[in-house]
Write a protein that binds this ligand. Structure first.
Ligand SMILES: NC(=O)C1=CN([C@@H]2O[C@H](COP(=O)(O)OP(=O)(O)OC[C@H]3O[C@@H](n4cnc5c(N)ncnc54)[C@H](OP(=O)(O)O)[C@@H]3O)[C@@H](O)[C@H]2O)[C@@H](O)CC1
Ligand SMILES: Nc1ncnc2c1ncn2[C@@H]1O[C@H](COP(=O)(O)OP(=O)(O)O)[C@@H](O)[C@H]1O
Ligand SMILES: [K+]
Length: 543
């Protein structure tokens, strides 16, 4: 697990290390600069004839830039320095500038950026406080203009050596470390070397596409006792730590019963994808309740699955006969219910959503059309919320579910469009504030919110998981159905709603990455993600 900080928390880490522990600021700065120098040297492969320019602001980010200039100069590189004048200097900046002057490194006034092989961006880092304007903006735009033409050349050339390289110190100048929003304009870097922790501005889009390759270096910061640890992301090693334990003497009941209510007259595939994914992640038993027209498809696509069906009137979309007993029987059987993939918004679907909402003592995941129905008919996510009776029957001995009384019962998995329907917020507002949107929705609706996008956010109202696995090959119909099946299968095995959601999103992305390797991003389809779940789990557990 890696913690992800905002600008304020990073500043607190800085200040705790320097002011409370007494680590001298210039010591940290020297180590920061050494890690940038090392990254540059590994790219230019010892070619000391490379012309390098360090473009510096007057804060500590600029001071880092000056230290990099000095280190490279002392190694024999041709180094120039350019300093903008838009703000006051810090004391560390003055210290570094004094050394630069004593060494005779040239500070130039109007550089021709196109003559340099490496541009070091040290204008603004964690302290960016407003939109870029004036000289700073002109400099950023000029760097971008002269580097993109070179970048397009080396996208066709696997060896970057010899082409212009833009290296951002800590974060590309112009990116807000707290939100990832571009403040007017931002440097488009090939490499970003950051210190101690990743910031939100390295991870969320659009910022992520400005960072290039991110290198995170430990420079000796200490985590202060009250450091916010509520925003984080996972690494591959977290999978095996978090997967539900398989009991050697377990039976299929031990690993949970998952009910998938999905598919409709028109959309049968969604039911197959969700239920197959729930089985492939390890649920003991999977049952699918779907429209009768999907019976053969579900059994063929997932022959281990129990299938129950209902029929609807083609004209009005309602059930042709009373299905209350059947629906009740299926829901009472389950530990977890996933409802929504391909469900349609017909009358029968609305009734199914109402039945799930009203049910007590069960974990629920709402996806796709179930969310659209909830938005349109203003149905409560958990109609039983005020009156939870954990001791009552209905669940099959899934110990951790009953033990964790604080766990929320409900997961919602909207993509941005569905979130807009649920909240009434504009899509652009959600895109620019995914963390706040997900956190606020979970708080207000007492649920775990999985806000799906290229960087999916999972929040339970306090904790925030930001997902970094996955790729654009997953932007293909049915990928979301697979995710809802994975999360459902993990909940069935006893993970809490938040753990199942965060881990499920991560594994889903990793399986998508494996699918892209074997099928290519253009050709991969949602079913390939399911086929690769096993590879992720085997690799993660070293089996
Ligand atoms: N020892 C340490 O502490 C270590 C620090 N480290 C390094 O320090 C960096 C953080 O340094 P920092 O806090 O000094 O902030 P920085 O990013 O340089 O910018 C602040 C200056 O810019 C100004 N300004 C802001 N926005 C502006 C705009 N749009 N247009 C114009 N001006 C603008 C702002 O002005 P103000 O808002 O005060 O008016 C202020 O003067 C961090 O990213 C890392 O690289 C590492 O070396 C590790 C050890
Ligand atoms: N560019 C991308 N990078 C990473 N993951 C992506 C990307 N595009 C889509 N995904 C993932 O694919 C899934 C798509 O879900 P959704 O939009 O609900 O698809 P569908 O409704 O077709 O099943 C989400 O989990 C999303 O996070
Ligand atoms: K920078």
């Amino acid at each position: 697990m890696r913690y992800v900080l905002d600008a304020a928390s990073m500043k607190n880490v800085d200040s705790y290390s320097i002011n409370t522990l007494g680590i001298p600021s210039v010591v940290l700065m020297e180590r920061a600069a050494l890690s940038v120098t090392e990254a540059i040297e590994s790219k230019v492969k010892g070619n000391i004839h490379t012309d390098i320019i360090c473009v510096c602001g007057r804060g500590n980010n600029g001071a880092d830039g000056l230290a990099v200039a000095r280190q490279l100069y002392l190694k024999g590189y041709n180094v120039d320095v350019y300093i903008i004048n838009s703000h006051a200097s810090t004391k560390e900046f003055d210290i570094q500038l004094n050394i630069i002057k004593n060494l005779g490194i040239e500070c130039i006034n109007s550089p021709d950026f196109s003559k340099y092989g490496v541009i070091v961006d040290a204008l603004f880092g964690n302290g960016l406080s407003r939109e870029l304007a004036g000289e700073a903006r002109i400099v950023v735009d000029t760097i971008n203009k002269c580097s993109t033409s070179v970048r397009s050349q080396y996208t066709q050339n696997s060896d970057n050596n010899g082409n212009r390289l833009v290296v951002a110190v800590d974060i590309p100048s112009g990116i807000s470390a707290s939100t990832g929003v571009v403040m007017g304009s931002a440097v488009n870097a090939d490499i970003t070397v950051t210190f101690g922790f990743e910031k939100i501005g390295h991870i969320l889009y659009p910022a992520a596409s400005y960072c290039g390759k991110i290198i995170r270096k430990d420079i000796g910061f200490a985590q202060y006792p009250d450091m916010t640890r509520d925003i984080f992301t996972y690494d591959y090693s977290d999978i095996s730590d978090m997967l539900p334990l398989r009991k050697p003497d377990g039976n299929k009941g031990t690993f949970g019963k998952a009910l998938v209510i999905a598919g409709s007259r028109l959309y049968g595939g969604a039911a197959v994808l969700s239920s197959r994914a729930a089985a492939r992640i390890g649920a003991g038993l999977v049952r699918t309740l779907t429209h009768i027209s999907n019976r053969t498809a579900v059994i063929t696509g997932n022959m281990e699955c129990i299938v129950d069906t209902y029929d609807t009137d083609e004209e009005c979309g309602d059930f042709v006969k009373n299905t209350e007993t059947l629906v009740d029987k299926c829901i009472c059987w389950a530990d977890v219910v996933c409802i929504g993939p391909g469900l349609s918004m017909e009358e029968s679907a609305v009734k199914l959503v109402r039945s799930v909402s009203a049910k007590k003592n069960i974990k629920k995941l709402y996806d796709a059309d179930a969310l659209n129905i909830i938005a349109q008919y203003k149905i409560e996510l958990d109609g039983s919320n005020d009156d939870v009776d954990y001791e009552a029957g209905g669940n099959s001995g899934n110990a951790s579910y009953k033990d964790d009384m604080s766990d929320k019962n409900v997961v919602v998995t909207p993509h941005i469009g569905e979130m807009s329907r649920l909240t009434g917020l504009d899509i652009a507002v959600i895109k620019n504030n995914p963390i706040d949107t997900a956190r606020t929705y979970s708080r207000e609706h007492n649920c775990v919110c999985v806000l799906k996008d290229a960087r999916t956010i999972v929040s339970d109202g306090e904790r925030v998981y930001i997902n970094m696995s996955g790729n654009d090959g997953m932007a293909t119909g049915g990928s979301g159905d697979v995710l809802s099946g994975i999360i459902t299968g993990l909940m069935a095995q006893g993970l809490t709603t938040f753990e199942a959601s965060a881990l499920g999103v991560y594994i889903h992305g990793c399986a998508g990455d494996e699918a892209a390797l074997s099928n290519g991003k253009y050709s991969m389809v949602a079913g390939d993600i399911i086929d690769n779940i096993k590879n992720v789990l085997i690799k993660a557990r070293g089996e």
